[in-house]
Design a protein around this ligand. Sequence first.
Ligand code: NAP
Length: 511
Amino acid sequence: MTTAFSPRTRTAAPDPTARSARVIVIGTGFAGLGMAARLKRAGMDDFLILERADDVGGTWRDNTYPGCACDVPSALYSFSFALNPEWSNTYSPQPEIWAYLRKVAADEGLLPHIRFGCTVEGARWDDDRHVWTVETSDGSFEGQVVVAGLGPLSEPSLPDIDGIDTFTGSIFHSAQWDHDHDLAGENVAVIGTGASAIQFVPEIQPEVGHLTLFQRTPPWVMHRTARPIKPLERFAFRHIPGALALTRAFVYALRELTAVGFTRRPSILRRGEKLPRAHLHAQVEDPELREKLTPDYTLGCKRVLLSNDYYPALTQPNVTVETSGIARITPTTIVTRDGAEIPTDTIILGTGFHVVDIPATHTIWGRNGVKLADHWADSASAFLGTTVDQFPNLFFLVGPNTGLGHTSIVYMIESQVNYIMDALRTMDRLGASTLEIRAHALRAYDEEVQAKVARTVWNTGGCQSWYLDDKGRNSSLWPDFTFVFRHRTRRFDPSQYRITSADGKSVIVAS
Ligand code: NAP
């Protein structure tokens, strides 16, 4: 029994034909690039990055729908090691975020490590050799460690509506926008009223003939405070040391205050509902439409959306907000539950992503051939959202209970990356070949998280959301301040892990 990799065996950029590396990183979104950049900066060059597309960027590469922008302030939406003084707006548009990620990949020297067009089809742990074999559309790769930066928003969720396959018009998802398709003058149906739909609906409304918006649940919509960054501000960000970092810290602190309402005192949010209610009243005069657009659950239970042009678009004469639900789809129409038949040329699905039912879990096999989807059959859980028992040397980024409702996911990613870097250093220090979270440590952690999440607005606010899985369990969101997560992930604690050396027998008792 030998391990195929010893720590720090290579220091240069990888051989472009290499099929193995100490660390295999999956994905080039914020998660994968953040991990890879830290490895590179630490001189741990023995890593490969597998990317299914032909460019980096993850969700910010894929989502190109009109109006796509970030609803987290620009000041927070970058890596701490690559602050960006060049944002044009206090809330960045998608093309700028994608360009930023491409620049980070190039500046950090990550491009030679990336295998583009390489779709991961499965990963299997070999408990004899202590390696992961990762099967891809471009053959297999081996790594001692796998870091999965798959992203919760990478697999579009397509609704299972009776007759949808028979539709003869055009149909596409917001994350796979068909830019060659001309919507001018068409009867367009939009299904969904989430974060994506509220951004593209105002953009397409002026050009379409008629837009029918199928709303299942109205979102809470707040005023969006976005504004262009002033030249003086940009000058300060570029030239005054600390100006950007200080702004970031200030915005971070303001955002973190709102976590009190989300995670501890939903009653604060209920009082705060007067703001979005006033926003709705100011923008929609028609009481009947207003009634349709008024949520009946606590603010924050679903993601709070920011827009100044969504409601005005819905008041236009070429828009109908349809709330009676979809009974079925015919080749040329959508039939509602109350019997109306709506002629439709194009259907745009703003129906979100597979967040709690990640398809990749069906293709990851750990010790003794256990499949992750089976292991997580009751519900997903991971220690610090990162490690899972029976899946040694596998680290998730943005794993279970690391999502956020109030601030930037990049902060959580960097916290997890800190933790994984310390895990790798610990392996080096101990001469370890495998790390596996102890089942009881994960259980205790999960019970703690679930006890905390039970009091949050996401669980108590009276809504159905994708934050909850089909058992009604919230395995998506971090139920506390993000600095608490940063503190918990600052150091890898070997005592929580089963650690073996290369012979697979000796259990290293952690100091
Ligand atoms: P989403 O928030 O999951 O919204 C999906 C919408 O589709 C909901 O209105 C949902 O209704 C509806 N829906 C789903 N299945 C349906 C069905 N079978 N029939 C009718 N309606 C259906 O998806 P999203 O808008 O794409 O956003 C996903 C996430 O992406 C967001 O929550 C956010 O985290 C992220 N995002 C972020 C930004 C950003 O600026 N940072 C921008 C866009 C998206 P129900 O509410 O009734 O379930």
